[in-house]
Design a protein around this ligand. Structure first.
Ligand code: NAP
Length: 253
């Protein structure tokens, strides 16, 4: 029955940036569907851990900064030691730095590109190698953005990185579909998290953004749960290299 295809019972999902915002909601959503979570965070993730354990699933924290050398290998090793298998990777962690393009610094550029794009690629590579060792495919979900499709303003590196995330999603899907690995993306619209705090506190920008969202509200992290469970589950087995926008209709305008 089709609803059974959405179940993640007994699966293990790595979720980066699991301590807050979209990563926290996605981790909880996958756990609600049955998965155990290997959460990656550079700080305490007690809130996420407690929410997942309350659902009767296991949570294992892999505590590191994703920019540390060797992070991808250590993440796979940590998840394997805790659970003995990996079925799903959610590349969620990301940062944004705002400045005019004329003033944008190389330091900000490197920080954003390394976190949002380089780490995402090399962690996907490391997890895909584990999927091949296991021999039964797997699911990779990259968190893209409206800036995978649009230019934005004052966020040059973020737009470059998120446009790159869409491209990487497609090329990895092309190369890995034959192994039963689904690589897809979720493109969230304007969501209420730390990432958008500055925008929401700017009265003028907040009003401009709200007036352009057909749904008439900012998205909540929980709005991503459905798309995440779909892309993590057998229900999406023939979906490859696609980005699902969860954006209140923003891209349709
Ligand atoms: P957030 O609340 O700022 O969360 C970002 C997460 O990434 C945090 O857990 C953060 O850890 C983690 N992280 C960043 N750099 C890291 C590093 N070097 N090592 C380990 N963890 C790191 O933002 P969010 O809105 O939930 O963002 C999640 C993803 O969604 C990002 O990729 C973002 O670009 C994307 N996105 C967000 C929106 C939106 O409207 N909010 C829209 C489109 C796409 P700390 O808590 O320690 O900083």
């Amino acid at each position: 029955m089709v609803l059974d295809d959405f179940k993640l019972d007994g699966k293990v999902a790595i979720v980066t940036g699991c301590n807050t915002g979209l990563g926290q909601a996605i981790a909880i959503g996958l756990a609600e569907a049955g998965a155990h979570i290997a959460g990656v965070a550079r700080r305490d993730a007690t809130e996420t851990k407690e929410a997942i354990q309350a659902l009767g699933r296991q949570f294992h924290l892999i505590r590191l900064d994703l920019l540390e050398p060797d992070a991808p290998r250590r993440i796979v090793q940590g998840a394997m030691e805790a659970f003995g298998q990996i079925d799903i990777l959610v590349n969620n962690a990301g940062i944004i730095r705002r400045n005019d393009a004329l003033e944008y610094t190389e330091e900000d550029w490197d920080a954003v590109m390394n976190t949002n794009l380089k780490v995402l690629f090399f962690l996907s590579q490391e997890v895909a190698k584990q999927f091949l060792r296991q021999g039964r495919g797997g699911k990779i979900i990259n968190i893209a953005s409206m800036l995978s499709f649009q230019g934005g303003i004052r966020i040059a590196a973020y737009t470059a990185s998120k446009s790159g995330v869409l491209g990487i999603t497609r090329i990895l899907a092309n190369e890995w579909a034959k192994y039963g690995i689904n690589v897809n993306a979720i493109a969230p619209g304007y969501m209420e998290t730390n990432n958008t705090l500055a925008l929401r506190q700017d009265e003028k920008r907040n009003a401009e953004i709200l007036s352009r969202i057909p749904a008439g509200r900012w998205g909540k992290p929980e709005d991503l749960k459905g798309a995440a469970v779909f892309l993590a589950s057998a229900a999406s087995n023939y979906v490859h290299g696609y980005a699902i926008a969860v954006d209140g209709g923003w891209l349709a305008r």
